[in-house]
Design a protein around this ligand. Sequence first.
Ligand SMILES: Cc1cc2nc3c(=O)[nH]c(=O)nc-3n(C[C@H](O)[C@H](O)[C@H](O)COP(=O)(O)O)c2cc1C
Length: 405
Amino acid sequence: MSGKGFTVKKDWDNPKEHAMPEGARVPAEVCIGSVRVAPATVLAPMAGVTDTVFRRFIRHASMFSSAGEPGSESIEAEVTNTQSGCGLLMTEFTSADGLSRMRESKRKRYLTFYDDEHPIGAQLFGSNAETLAEAARIVQDTGFDTVDLNLGCPAKRVVGCNGGSGLLRDLPKIGEIFRTVRKAVSIPFTVKFRLGWNDSQIVCVELARMAESEGLNAVALHARTREQGYTGQARWEWIAAVKQAVGIPVVGNGDIRTPEDAAAMVAQTGCDAVMVGRAAPSNPWIFRQIAQYTATGAYDRPTVEDRYRMIRAYFQMLLEGAEASQSQPRDARMGETAGKMKQFASWFTHGVPGGAKLRASIYQAKTGAAVLEQVDAFFTAQMTSGADEAGDACADLPDGALVCD
Ligand SMILES: Cc1cc2nc3c(=O)[nH]c(=O)nc-3n(C[C@H](O)[C@H](O)[C@H](O)COP(=O)(O)O)c2cc1C
């Protein structure tokens, strides 16, 4: 989803470097109600990013590495959750209001997922309890494994309708929503929230207790206030406070960029699972790396060839999907796809030598095919010159797309 008033940063403010904590591991599994999440890692919902194509890439990222089976670089290849390293996928957030009003054919566009995405949770936002309950029923009937309520989105147009983090100022209303949605569905019901509206209204512990007492099956905390947006450090001490306050699983979120960060979050907070957002589009192997690191204390890093295979296959899928889809007029679909390719290329080429130059040329491209051409030329040159993973010191382009949380 896009909108005005909030910039989502794809970089982190002064990221902390974490060493691997002694003995701390991301748990092998966590049960969210009846749903087994193994390993205990979750792909964060990200508007404009975590659509079905991206989610399947995350599931299959291990296939796009030199460590994968030769010839298996296809998202059609079978892969277990343990191989992929990602225990639970989440959709982008969807408006409960929109969902309950739209025709069934249109709903499909928002709620499409493939069999190999299980377990998968759908995230909803809204502020009317009955509408959210109706949308949660639709989610359940569509076959999702879990339904999640968004209480974190800082975007003005969502907060303006009292949705997302706007609700953090009205705990009784949240209580009503919890009760109404809980009664409406039997699949696990979870909530993702921020610390509170601002530093003088931190409500995360109270909110988590309420979630537990109303029968929700897990809580996920992005450890920043609404006022903080994406600035500063995520305050993991609040994840620890929530963990101490409730018995249902607590999913920690905020500032995990590396497997070391994931282990450090578990060590510092005792959380039952970790959720990874921005690191995933810039390093789709992150879940696999966390699993490897947990098992062995070391992890593979993608080569330039791995990156090329990954981005190429991903872009081809996006282009094929846009050609085949009937959801919008062709020009609109192709335009949307080209935008998505630019955005993804911009995240994905961080850390690749010369990536800023590629981002600049892609920025000028008018079509998806032209973006793909630039990517081909860039990586072919990279592989011929034998560039390594030394990192990209060049300045970044301005953010293209908005975002939400
Ligand atoms: C592009 C983008 C879109 C996002 N969209 C959503 C969303 O739809 N729902 C949500 O709960 N959070 C959303 N978020 C917030 C993330 O889920 C996550 O809480 C946040 O990025 C912090 O985690 P990280 O440090 O691992 O990125 C979004 C974040 C980004 C960067």
